[in-house]
Design a protein around this ligand. Sequence first.
Ligand code: NI
Length: 270
Amino acid sequence: MLLSREIRFALLTSSQPAETRLGNSWAGWPSTNLVVPHLVLRCVIDGQPDRCTGYLCNIKTIDELLRSIVTGPLISDKRELQFAETILQAVFDELLAKWNHDSTIDSVTLALSPYLRYSIVAGEKMHPTSGPFSKVQLTQQFEFSAAHRLHCSGLSDDENRQLFGKCNNPAGHGHNYVVEVTVSNQLESDRGIVIELGKFESIVKRLVIDRLDHKHLNQDVEYFVDVNPSVENIAIAVFDWLSGQFGEAKLERVKIYETPKTWAEYSGDR
Ligand code: NI
C-alpha cells in the first residue's frame, strides 16, 4: 500500500522573520508575507498498515522529518541559489538516512509551483555501489485549446451519433487541454540538471503546443485525419512527437487532461 503526505512551506532563511505559530499548515507553514519561494515537498511511502492503529505510518512522523530537513541548514540557510535537482537529491539522501520505520520510501517530490515539479522514485535510484547517481524526473504542465469531433469513418452516421453522442457534433466542440510531460535523467548526486528548463519548454512548445493550440484537431492536424482525436489518442500522439527529442533526457510519460475530470496517461507501452 502507498501513503502520500506533503508539507507546504515558505522557504525562509533563519535570519528572515517567520510566523512561528502553526496556524494553517494547509496553506503552508512557516507562513510569511515576504516574497520568497513557496514550496511543496511530497513523500510517498510503501508498506502495510498496522493492525491496531490502521496507520501505515503516523503522518506526524513524516511531517516532523520533512520539516527538520527543509527548515534546517540543508536548504533554508544555503545562501547561494541551487537547482531543484540538487536540493531534491540532498533531501532524498537525508530522508533515506534518517528514515527509521518498517515502511519504505517510494518517492520524493519537490514542487516549485503547481505546474512544475521534480521527483526521485526510490526503486529507480541506481544502486549505491554503481555510483552516486540518481534518476531525477522533471514534470511540467502546458496548455492548449482545441476543437475536435469524435467520429469513426468505419461506422455509419447513426452508429457514430449513438456511440459518441454530442461529442459527434459535425462542427466539433472545444476543450482547454492540459498537457503534463515527464522527462528524466541520471544525475550525479550533487550536480547536474535533468534538462535546461528553457530548452525543454521550447521543444514541447514547438512540437506539441504550436501544432495543436487553437486548431480543429480533425481538420488542421494531419495526425488526426484518420485517427479519432480521443484524449487517449492525443496522449499517444504527443508521446510519439516528443519521444527522443530531449537529448540525454528521456521521455517518461505524457498525461493529457481533457477536463479536470478526465485524463489519459501514456508511457509508450500501448
Ligand atoms: Ni470532447
